[in-house]
Ligand binder design. Structure first.
Ligand SMILES: [Mg+2]
Length: 183
């Protein structure tokens, strides 16, 4: 009998800069542009039976730039464009806090990840947080799951030092990460 497999069973995904193009304070569904390979990556992940969660910081809500309903509209459009079913994500966390107010769910808070692992009886050992920012990796590490960085352009990597400090591996795309961990 084999021990616990390292194959990912649970994946927490950042949205902006990881699944879709990072457009600051995106509030309109028309602005959604999927990043290359994301659809194929998520199809592969789902085929492997992993559970997916979307975990996005949206301080534009706390700042009053747009509403939670606007963010939900953007998410809906993204899910529609992915065309992998409306139930692609088991649960979605939109953290609305501004950076200068008390943080509840805002990454690097591990709270959403911890709650989902507990609620769904999921093992931290086979869970990942995948994103393009240090707050994503820190949220994952703070929750005791593995972290991966999406870095499309290594020459322009802004948080390289922090990433190396945290010991987080970089992948050029979500598809590269999925290919590496699912084979
Ligand atoms: Mg991001």
């Amino acid at each position: 009998m084999r021990g616990i497999s390292n194959v990912p069973r649970t994946i927490f995904l950042d949205r902006d800069g990881t699944l879709i193009e990072n457009r600051h304070y995106l509030s309109s569904p028309e602005g959604v542009a999927l990043l290359p390979g994301v659809c194929e990556a998520l199809a592969r992940v789902r085929e492997a039976g992993a559970k997916l969660f979307l975990f996005t910081n949206q301080s534009g809500v706390g700042r009053g730039y747009f509403t939670l309903a606007d963010v939900e509209g953007v998410n809906r459009r993204m899910i529609e464009m992915l065309d992998l079913g409306a139930d692609l994500f088991t649960q979605i966390c939109i953290a609305p806090e501004r950076p200068d107010e008390p943080q509840v769910y805002r990454k690097p808070s591990p709270r959403f990840i911890q709650e989902m692992l507990a609620e769904h009886g999921l093992a931290a050992e086979t869970a990942w947080m995948v994103g393009d920012s240090s707050s994503d990796w820190e949220a994952g590490i703070n929750a005791g799951v593995r972290a991966a960085a999406i870095v499309p352009d290594p020459a322009a990597e802004l948080e390289r030092e922090r990433r190396l400090e945290l010991g987080v591996d970089a992948y050029a795309s979500l598809l590269d990460w999925a290919s590496a961990v699912f084979g």
